[in-house]
Design a protein around this ligand. Structure first.
Ligand code: SF4
Length: 291
């Protein structure tokens, strides 16, 4: 077998595994055995190519696979994905790649593919982009916020508005570049009017965050703001009491601190947030910056 064919076979096996995992996550326990293949069409190799449109004339007829609603042939010669059983959730709308935001490892990519064009909660209806996450897939430090705002919804990346710019400055003050850490939210689609996510929305979305954190394996999580801290820690204690004290999420050290948007409104609280981040730096063996 040539290297090219071996790589194609490995890619196909990986894709099949990810698809099976996606089905399993969505409650599918059995995949029906496909029917015996139909006999190969005769004279396939002799099929004429689709005619080019005549200048000024009507467009050429669509290829047969478009008319039959079948997916087009895979250019790598791979078989199309089998259709999920009736009643199963929709499969991913497109192939995601390691270059998609927040998908920089095979494990994260599999989670992103499992989400697909997610409609598991009512936030799906109002989003422009599903905001999966961004950053280093093996980061030692992960920041978790509440949910995407307007800028994030438009750009498909968490913390890119004014609060995001402040978060970037906080990250850099800690001695990291933004791309060295990972940033995500409790919910991945923008709540309308920036309201707080509701319990059913959190219940639907948080498992994906939990799996992202498992895939990344950080040493420390920083929960940004009341909502993220209270949600991850399953508590109603106010952020003013939670901040600055170590907690644990799924066995990972978690530091609650103020949300950058709150710090923009209350700059006098920045000192407290900086004190919290210095505790994180000490935990990660980061030297305080030279002033
Ligand atoms: Fe799916 Fe999460 Fe978006 Fe809800 S918020 S639709 S669960 S990705």
């Amino acid at each position: 077998m040539s290297d090219e064919r071996r790589r194609a076979a490995q890619d196909l096996a990986g894709e099949a595994l990810r698809h099976l995992e996606w089905l399993r996550e969505n409650g599918v326990r059995e995949v029906p055995r496909p029917a015996a293949p139909a006999p190969a069409p005769v004279q396939r190799a002799a099929q004429a190519p689709a005619p080019a449109p005549a200048p000024g004339g009507p467009p050429a007829a669509a290829p047969a696979h478009a008319a039959s609603r079948q997916p087009p042939p895979d250019p790598a010669g791979q078989a199309p994905r089998p259709a999920p059983p009736a009643g199963a959730p929709r499969p991913p709308a497109r192939p995601y790649t390691l270059n998609d935001k927040g998908c920089g490892s095979a494990a994260l990519l599999a989670i992103r593919e499992g989400l697909g064009e997610c409609t598991r909660c009512k936030l799906a209806g109002g989003r422009t982009h599903l905001v999966f996450g961004t950053g280093n897939p093996a980061a030692e430090l992960v920041f978790v916020g509440e949910g995407p705002g307007a800028d994030e919804d438009l750009q498909g990346e968490p913390f890119v508005g004014k609060a995001g710019q402040l978060l970037t400055k906080m990250i850099e003050a800690m001695g990291y570049r933004r791309e060295q850490v990972y940033i995500a939210n409790v919910v991945k689609c923008r709540p309308p009017g920036n309201r707080n996510p509701e319990p059913d929305e959190i219940e639907a979305c948080e498992p994906f965050l939990r799996r992202q954190l498992e895939a990344i394996g950080p040493k420390v999580i920083v929960a940004l703001g009341k909502f993220a801290a209270q949600t991850l820690l399953r508590t109603a204690v106010p952020i003013t009491k939670l901040r600055g004290t170590w907690a644990s999420y799924q066995g990972v050290r978690l530091m609650p601190t103020f949300h950058p948007a709150y710090l923009l409104r209350s700059p006098e609280e920045k000192k407290k947030a900086w004190a919290d981040l210095q505790l994180v730096m000490a935990e990660l063996g980061k030297a305080p910056p030279q002033r």
